[in-house]
Each structure stands twice: as structure tokens, then as C-alpha cells.
Design a binder for this molecule. Sequence first.
Ligand code: HEM
Length: 233
Amino acid sequence: MNILLAARDTTASLLTFMCYFLAIHPGVLKRLREEILTLRSGESPSYEDIRSLKYLRACLNETLRLFPPVPSNERASVKTTTLPRASPLEKPFYMPGPHTTISYVPLLMHRRKDLWGEDADDFLPERWLDEKRVQELTKDPFRFLPFNAGPRICLGQNFAYNQASFVMVKLLQNFDTFDLRQKQDAPEGAIPPESWKNLTGRAAYEQVWPRNVVTLYAKGGLWIYMGMSRSQE
Ligand code: HEM
């Protein structure tokens, strides 16, 4: 069960939300396909091929930022301790031990405008190709947390990037249009309620209903028509 959750559900979540973004951002789909079609036609990508696909990596990272498959997490103290504050001038938090829990929500942290800029809510893979922004990010390993950070960082991180990249390459070698069919085909109750339009952030315009049971998923599934590319017909 543990490995199904750690390896399968997380990767499925990443692929689900990546397909969602490609369906609602046809410009990104076009650019990504162009990059993928630079590989030897139709062949399965090697590890080296995948490493060369910079825009694909940017799209995966941007999906992991806005929809981290493990959207919330917690830690507990094993003994009485303190947690440092952002500023060394502030007093640290007191954590009586054992078993004081502290929750954190990477999904919200990844959307903070003070950390990610005014465009934090937008799906913008290009931010991962902007050297200045990436430099700023790598200064702090706890800012981008889809795989967690520190001693218990995900052991399968590289495997996950490789596997998700492989699947996306094979998909985009064969399909060139993604049409979101959530409104037409998803089961009743799967569409975000009208009242969300009055909320702030992405909720006001999201077209899938993200839900969390340890890992993130689209309520009622993600419904998409994919059009086979001419060369594959
Ligand atoms: C997109 C895919 C993935 C995401 C987002 C992800 C995310 C995470 C996160 C957030 C943790 C830390 C959990 C915690 O300590 O609270 C974790 C741990 C772990 N992950 Fe992944 N993971 C992914 C794929 C994989 C894959 C493919 C494997 C194995 C092939 C894997 C194996 C593990 C293992 C064994 C741990 C426990 C590490 C430890 O506690 O020392 N993960 N993962």
C-alpha cells in the first residue's frame, strides 16, 4: 500500500494535472509538442533524450508547483525542541515533545505571491526557463516542495521525472489536440460549484475540482478527448 501511494498515485496525479493544463493552454501544448518532435520520430526516448527536453521539465515542474501530488503534510516532534522563524530576529516556535504536530501545505506555499511573484496563480512553464527566477528558487530548497526536502526527501524523485516524461513523450508523439470535456462528460457533482467564481485565486476559474485524500486527484476524474496527430492516422 505504501509504495502504491508513494510511487503510483503521486505520478498519476502529476500526469492528470499536466494533461489538464495542456488542455486549457493550447499554446503550451504546441510548444511542448514541437520540442518533443525534435527527437527521432516516434521512437521511445532514452534517458539522455529526456534530459534534453527542457520545456517538458519546465511543464512538469509548473504542474508540480500548482498541484503538488502531496498537497499537505505534517511533522511531529520526537522531543521538546524549537523551530526557527523566517527571521533570526524573531523568537523561535516552542514545540513541546513528544508528539506536537505541525502541518504545512505545499499547495498554498507554492501559490504565495511573496515567494513566487504576482503571477503565482498562473500556469507559466516559462518561469522555469528564466535563469534569474531559478537562481532565486535554488537558494532555498524549502520553497518548491513537491518531493519534500531535507533528510526524508522523496527517494523516487528522479524515477518519477523520468517516468512522467516518458509517458508525456509517447502521448505527444501520437496526439496533438487535448479537449477538456469536464462539463460534458464528467459525472454529476464533479464540476466546481458556481459559488467558486466569487472566490479568489485559481478557484475562481478552475475547471476541475481538486480533492485530496493523501494525494491530490480530480473529483470525478479528468475527462479529455485527445486527437490523434495526422502522422499517426
Ligand atoms: C510525482 C511523483 C512523486 C511525488 C510528487 C512524490 C512525493 C513524495 C513526498 C512529498 C514524499 C515525502 C513524504 C513525507 O515524508 O512526508 C515522498 C517520499 C517517498 N517517495 Fe515519493 N513522490 C513521487 C514519486 C515516487 C516514486 C516513483 C517512488 C518510488 C519509485 C517514490 C518513493 C518514495 C519513498 C520510498 C519515500 C519515503 C522516503 C523516506 O521517508 O525516507 N516516490 N515522495
